[in-house]
Design a protein around this ligand. Structure first.
Ligand code: FAD
Length: 320
């Protein structure tokens, strides 16, 4: 990244943390609608039907699917319950339509910001429903201040429900230890680099050292016997995983975000590797958009183009 790109990335990450900016965007229809045009590159739409429709099309093209109902840091009890209800309706809809998707979410969307027990209650209720439908749930990983709480709820819930997986962030210095502690739990592990800005003493920035650590974590997870989702768009990491033959291990797959590098997803699928696309829907797309620009600042220019363009591209069409 150039210095300017680094500054844009930092600015986007701090804008993402500003609740006042988020509220302003959400309450100003003209700005909301403009930014929504940029978000459409990465988010299927605001409604469940948007996620299901795009998911169906990608499943028909031969991709495995994850679907997230976006939202985090929900601090109102009724909004947490509404999010849990929406996720249960999503599980029902996937089962009814026979779309083989995994359902992903943040625990802070279903109660963690208020009370860990509320998140646990909602997670286990969803896990029971998903188990009946043969669907796997996936817990996302949030800022490091929440890592202990998320892992504790995950471990507690998986003692009764094996159909839940967990995301771990390679950027955090603690992750190799966390991975070892998860050894007895059968759930799938998704390894990501990490989207949040973290203090230097807790995390490693994007670098070749981080890529090496990522690859080591993949090896560690496979050796322990986990099924692993290699969730990155970094071709050097992906190439290393292919070179070492790990992608042929049982339960190992690549997982990429919807709208990001569809060419790479298409190429990996054509080469015969298992590829999953991670789709999102919902009204809380604002933070998600900030993260996607922060990770790759040239996306800011793309966002400006999308805002000013008269048509709207359909990212699904970019997947072959
Ligand atoms: P980077 O080093 O960030 O990027 C490598 C290359 O990939 C870039 O040079 C660029 O070519 C391409 N690229 C990366 N991002 C973009 C982009 N936005 N637009 C265009 N090109 C891009 N993070 C969490 O903290 N918690 C989670 O629970 C979580 N869940 C995730 C689930 C999935 C399936 C995926 C794929 C990511 C998830 N993330 C999560 C985000 C993740 O932490 C990274 O922020 C994100 O994947 C970008 O990092 P990267 O591994 O692609 O590598």
């Amino acid at each position: 990244m150039t210095n300017l790109e680094k500054k844009i990335a930092e600015a986007m990450k701090s804008i993402a943390r500003r609740a006042d900016v988020k509220t302003y965007v959400e309450q100003t229809p003209a700005i909301y609608q403009l930014l929504q045009r940029a978000a459409a590159k990465y988010v299927t739409g605001e409604k469940r039907e948007d996620g299901l429709g795009a998911g169906r099309q990608l499943a028909d093209k031969g991709y495995a699917i994850s679907l997230e109902y976006i939202g985090e840091n929900t601090a109102d009890f009724h909004a947490c319950e509404a999010a849990a209800l929406e996720l249960s309706l999503l599980v029902h809809a996937l089962a009814e339509r026979g779309i083989p998707a995994r359902v992903s979410f943040d625990l802070s969307h279903i109660g963690l910001s208020l009370d860990g027990n509320l998140a646990y209650k909602n997670l286990t209720a969803l896990a029971a429903l998903a188990r009946q439908a043969g669907i796997e749930l996936f817990v996302s990983m949030e800022e490091s201040a929440k890592t202990d709480a998320i892992l504790a709820i995950y471990e507690r819930a998986t003692s009764a429900y094996a159909n839940i997986g967990i995301t771990l962030q390679a950027q955090l210095n603690r992750t190799a230890q966390d991975l070892n502690a998860l050894q007895p739990i059968p759930g799938r592990i998704r390894i990501v680099k990490g989207a949040y800005q973290e203090p230097d003493h807790l995390a490693m920035p994007r670098s070749s050292a981080l890529n090496e650590r990522y690859v080591q974590l993949v090896e560690q997870a496979i050796r322990i016997g986990h099924r692993v989702s290699i969730a990155t768009h970094d071709e050097s990491v992906i190439d290393e995983v292919i070179k070492r033959g790990w992608i042929h291990e049982p339960g190992v797959e690549f997982e990429l975000l919807y709208g990001i590098r569809p060419d790479l997803s298409s190429r990996l699928k054509k080469a015969g590797y298992p590829v999953r696309v991670y789709l999102t829907y919902g009204r809380e797309w604002y933070l998600y958009l900030c993260h996607r620009i922060a990770e790759y600042p040239p996306n800011l220019f793309q966002a400006l183009l999308d805002i000013t363009s008269t048509g709207q591209a359909d990212p699904v069409l970019e997947y072959e």
